[in-house]
Every structure is written in structure tokens, then in C-alpha cells.
Ligand binder design. Structure first.
Ligand code: GUN
Length: 311
């Protein structure tokens, strides 16, 4: 039997519809909508796409969203100046500096920039203060993608307490906060990474398997316990015709999309996992829309906290 597909598009839309009255109430109270400032440095095609969807969704939900664009040649001081301006802005409650920053800024640039964002406007929850709050289970702005995964599991009533959750990937953006959020929901959590010995065997213990490594179709049925819930956070643009041909038969919807665009976005999870898993997220249309819904929710939360702090 095929896995149940967890529809992130529908859940994301439901969350955004639920947010609307609260956004309108904030706007009426504050005399302005909640405001999100996004900083995009360079023109990485993936980032352009993500930022475009974030801006569009924010506007549709009644939020103010402004983009500060910096060239790929920007210096760290230019990124700092963009962040400083948003920190000082009265109409921006939330700040997001899109990752990745250009490699030329140096390996430590992302951390230096995150450290610069005002803690109460850190909509990604990446500032060390917000990460510390997350570790201790205190209320905080938590990273959007992992928060979206928890929301999806909740809405499909997939239990976490007492279950074994395995997270593949230990990034600051997804893997680590994902593991912490699952821990706070009383799952037994294992984090796997490139040095994990016998990765498929560890993953086969999972009731909930989260893949966040950015390696297309890496997670095969050999990684999956029958009936497990598999969450695919990966999005990789793939133009390898041979790989696509091996995954999707001629005439299938995805193969036709590849023929049309010359590339496909693939997740970390192999499509054949659908024959073993009990439930799984598609790519696209799984975790992505939830990330955006959580970004909007965090923006509203940040705005409400800032307003309350003034009263
Ligand atoms: N790049 C990919 N995902 C994210 C995210 O959640 N936040 C930011 N700031 N950059 C990203």
C-alpha cells in the first residue's frame, strides 16, 4: 500500500487563513500591519525563488514585507548596515537575512550577521539567545522549517511522545532545532550525520524520520521502517536526465515537468519510499509551504511582543 501523502500546501494555506484575523486585529490596534524585512545578498536562484514566495505570501496575508537587495559583491559591512537599519525601524518587527550569503564574505559571515539581528526581531530563531531559549524549552521565536514540521505532524495527528525520531542532518537551520522541538514533544531523538555508522540501520529504528541533508533521493526504502512517517526537508534542483528517467516513468506528471523545464526539484527522499512508509511529505508541496506559514506566524508573534512591550 502507498504512504499517505501529507499535504503541506493545504495545511500551509489553512494556517495562513487562520492567521488573517489576528493580523487584521494587530493592524487595527497598532495602526500598521506587522512588518517583515528581508535582506537578500547576491542572486542565488534558489534564494531568489524562496524570497519571492515569502514576499508574496506575506502580502497575501496582510503583512508588510520589504526586500533589501544587496549585490553579490557586497561587503560584510553592507550586510551589517542593512540589518542595523531594520533593527532601528519602527515598522519592521521581524528580520530575515536569506541564507546562504555569498561565499566571498567568509565562512563566519552567517554567524556574525545573525548575531547582529535584534533578538526580538529574529524571525528565524537563529540568534544564539533564541537558540538558548529553545534549548531550555522557553517560549521563543523558533526556526521556521522545523516549527512547520511539528505543525504538520500535529495537524495530521501523528504522535511524537515516546516515539523514536531520527533526524538526518545537523545544520543550525534545520537539523539541530528540529531535534530540539521533537525532544520537547517527548520523542526519543537521534541526530545522524556524515560520520554516523550504518546510517540505514539507525534510520530503520525511526517512527518519525526527518531528512534534511540536501542530497537528492538519498533516503531509499532501506532506511525506512514499514509504516514510519517520513518528512522530507530537502530541495535540490536536478537536471540529470538519467537520474530523472530512473525515477519517473515516461508520461508521468513529474517526467513531463522535467521535459518542460529541463530540471526538477527533488527531495532527500527517494520516491520508492512511498511503498514502505506509512506517511510522507511530497517535494514540492510538503514542508516548503509550512516554512512560509511559520515565517508569517513568527512575524505576527514578534509584532505582538513588540507592541505589548510598549504598552
Ligand atoms: N535559507 C534556506 N532556508 C532558510 C531559512 O529558513 N531562513 C533563512 N534566513 N535562510 C534560509
Amino acid at each position: 500500500m502507498g504512504a499517505r501523502m501529507l499535504d503541506g500546501t493545504a495545511v500551509g494555506l489553512a494556517i495562513r487563513n487562520e492567521l488573517r484575523p489576528a493580523v487584521d486585529a494587530f493592524t487595527a490596534r497598532a495602526g500598521r500591519p506587522p512588518g517583515l524585512g528581508i535582506v537578500l545578498t547576491g542572486s542565488d536562484p534558489g534564494s531568489e525563488l524562496y524570497v519571492g514566495s515569502k514576499l508574496k505570501s506575506a502580502a497575501q496575508s496582510g503583512l508588510r514585507a520589504d526586500l533589501t537587495r544587496l549585490p553579490a559583491t557586497a561587503r560584510l559591512a553592507d550586510v551589517f548596515a542593512a540589518v542595523d537599519a531594520l533593527n532601528a525601524s519602527d515598522v519592521h518587527d521581524a528580520i530575515l537575512v536569506q541564507s546562504p550569503l555569498p561565499a566571498a564574505l567568509g565562512g563566519d559571515a552567517e554567524r556574525q550577521v545573525v548575531d547582529r539581528i535584534a533578538v526580538d526581531k529574529d524571525v528565524d530563531g537563529f540568534h544564539p539567545m533564541n537558540v538558548g531559549r529553545l534549548v531550555q524549552g522557553r517560549p521563543t521565536l523558533a526556526a521556521c522549517t522545523p516549527s512547520g514540521v511539528i505543525e504538520l505532524l500535529d495537524r495530521y495527528q501523528i504522535p511524537m511522545a515516546g516515539r523514536h525520531a531520527v533526524v538526518i542532518g545537523r545544520s543550525d537551520i534545520v537539523g539541530k532545532p528540529m531535534a530540539l522541538l521533537l525532544l520537547h514533544r517527548h520523542a526519543t531523538v537521534t541526530i545522524c550525520h556524515s560520520r554516523t555508522v550504518d546510517l540505514p540501520a539507525v534510520c530503520r529504528q525511526a517512527d518519525i524520520l526527518v531528512a534534511a541533508i540536501g542530497r537528492p533521493v538519498f533516503v531509499t526504502p532501506a532506511f525506512v521502517k514499514p509504516g514510519a512517517t517520513v518528512i522530507d526537508v530537502g530541495t535540490s534542483k536536478v537536471d540529470d536526465r538519467e537520474l530523472i528517467a530512473s525515477l519517473f516513468p515516461v508520461g508521468s506528471k513529474r517526467r513531463l515537468a522535467f521535459e518542460k523545464h529541463g530540471a526538477l526539484t527533488l527531495g532527500d527522499v527517494h520516491p520508492a519510499v512511498a511503498e514502505v512508509a506509512g506517511a510522507m511529505t511530497p517535494v514540492p508541496g510538503g514542508v516548503g509551504p509550512l516554512t512560509i506559514a511559520m515565517l508569517l506566524r513568527n512575524t505576527l508573534t514578534a509584532a505582538e511582543h513588540r507592541l505589548a512591550a510598549r504598552c
